[in-house]
Design a protein around this ligand. Sequence first.
Ligand SMILES: O=C(CO)COP(=O)(O)O
Length: 256
Amino acid sequence: MRTPIIAGNWKMHKTVNEAVQYIETIQSNQLPQDVEAVICAPFLTLHTLQDKLAGSSIGLGAQNAHWEKEGAYTGEVSVHMLQDLGVGYVILGHSERRTYFAETCEQVNKKTIAALNAGIIPIVCVGETIQERESGRTFEVVSSQVKKALKGIASNELHKVVLAYEPVWAIGTGRASSANDAEEVIAYIRKTLMSEFGTAVAEQIRIQYGGSVKPENIATYMAEPNIDGALVGGAALDPESFSGLVKAASRVGGQA
Ligand SMILES: O=C(CO)COP(=O)(O)O
């Protein structure tokens, strides 16, 4: 059985003080233990949050990383530096990075391999634009992104990868994909994983849905057989709302 994973992507939000207050609130909320809860915070806050979360079951993630260990890459932060800090997760290939920073599938692949080599769980994002969806290319686009991101990864490492299906048109728009539509694409991603890497590993890889997920709609996604959690932007910025998302994803204490 795959453990549900709810990750909050803060994007470019929160100062160090705001981040600390947030963590104190979710720590006082007693999150369920059968859900992996992860906060993906800006680089500047990671050091403080790592201290704050020591010994806690809440995971800490970054939102990007460079694949080289070190070097002349002004403005970049390496996977190695995240590993040194004890960061456990990293979001890679988010559509905002692909769109605004011209990140390519090849770069996402290098970053994914580097993260796994460093023992960091990559949360690899894929998803189609509205134009791609309307021209009937969703399956083709998403499966190609998945194959390119996971190219050359050793089969004994693949199961650690988390995939996030985030249709670009659903991100930050309030226009969430229906649970049925998200399940259809995510089931197709799992089928792609089966044909590329075999059934055993395909059954182990967790696939999240992302795009306008809220405490009010998360149960519909969690009820789908192939959806293993959510990657949440806006609704994860408030600690009470994030706590509500994690609780709703719990098979023990949630409404799902
Ligand atoms: O991009 C997202 C998470 O990575 C989704 O953002 P929203 O939840 O704000 O739509």
